[in-house]
Design a protein around this ligand. Sequence first.
Ligand SMILES: Cc1cc2nc3c(=O)[nH]c(=O)nc-3n(C[C@H](O)[C@H](O)[C@H](O)COP(=O)(O)OP(=O)(O)OC[C@H]3O[C@@H](n4cnc5c(N)ncnc54)[C@H](O)[C@@H]3O)c2cc1C
Length: 369
Amino acid sequence: MSGKVLLLVGGGHAHVAVLADWIRRGPPGAGVRTVLLTPERHLRYSGMVPGWLAGQHAQGEGLVDLAALAARAGVDWVQGRCIALDPVGRSVTTDSGAILSFDCASLDSGGVGQGAALLGNDPRLLDVRPIEGFVKRIAAMPPPRRVVVAGGGAGGVELAFALRNLAGADPRPEVTLATGAAGLLPGFAEAVRSQVATALVRQGIALHLADARLESGRMMTGASTLEPADLIIAALGSAAPDWVRESGLAVDDTGFALVDEHHRSVSHGHIFAAGDVSARADRPLVHSGVHAVFAGPVLAANLRSVLADEAPRATYHPRRHSLYLINTGDGRAIASYGRLSAEGALVLALKHWIDKRWIRQYAKLAGTA
Ligand SMILES: Cc1cc2nc3c(=O)[nH]c(=O)nc-3n(C[C@H](O)[C@H](O)[C@H](O)COP(=O)(O)OP(=O)(O)OC[C@H]3O[C@@H](n4cnc5c(N)ncnc54)[C@H](O)[C@@H]3O)c2cc1C
């Protein structure tokens, strides 16, 4: 296939693996032009954001330089945000009004925040998505005194710990974690949940195992008030971007692009998707960075195949269990792997080693290390 255009929409964790593959193994074929569309030059690695809040990393750490990687990979980087996708006409419209045509496209643009949709509007509300906007707003504000974190998944839990240990805050912020009715760390083993609950008590973080909502300008769970609060963090998981559903691609019932085991759209064979923007049709797969990272090489192999007019063959089989390392902000972390759990300073050291190694491999490939 020559003279064809592959459009990578979004510079998420799977697409950095595609760029790395192009660098290591060469571009996918003579005459194929690859274009990367992202709104920002860098991908912020969300796993290091709680550590930054707790003073364990600098704000400039935990970034992947997408433009430098693209340059090394022979990929054209276009700065912009996809606002519409036409899979039949094979084009994407960007927020600047540009129209990018493609023969084959791959989506890895993550999910969007749903704080305002689920909780209501409030000037104190700060959504964790997009993560770069979250970082910039926190960095620009004075340290909060009282914080409510809504969301009992790993992201919300880590942010509650991180804000309780917020670098430069004196006194330490009072933190309340409202998990939602599904409780603390749904889907995690009982041993992990109990270790996290103990750490929350030890650090004086108030826990409400109920849905939070804004009612007449007040944060509530059931009949209890969570006020006063000067900052409300929404860590409520990803919602699908509107443009995915509006494109006519097959989507699941929450609007994420439905893909098969090759991460190929089940409705449009020339479109692929991975990471939080996608949903597997053949099996449930939680939205997490781990799966976006591991699906990346599979996506790269399959994009190579279709660009060579071959059927995609690589499949992403998630491991039965994923390793999660939950930073408790106080120099320790809690490890979760299936039913196993462990806690301590060594677990945090392991987390930092894994995170920094992931960032460093891309800095080396991009020539920025
Ligand atoms: C605080 C926190 C901590 C977390 N820690 C972990 C962890 O330790 N382990 C783990 O597995 N998961 C973790 N997660 C979840 C993880 O962040 C996400 O699941 C992961 O980032 C999803 O990766 P992705 O590749 O789908 O997209 P993202 O990482 O969201 O990247 C999307 C990219 O696409 C770009 N983009 C967005 N919209 C558009 C558009 N319209 N057009 C073009 N480009 C666009 C963005 O700028 C970005 O470059 C955490 C989440 C949070 C909030």
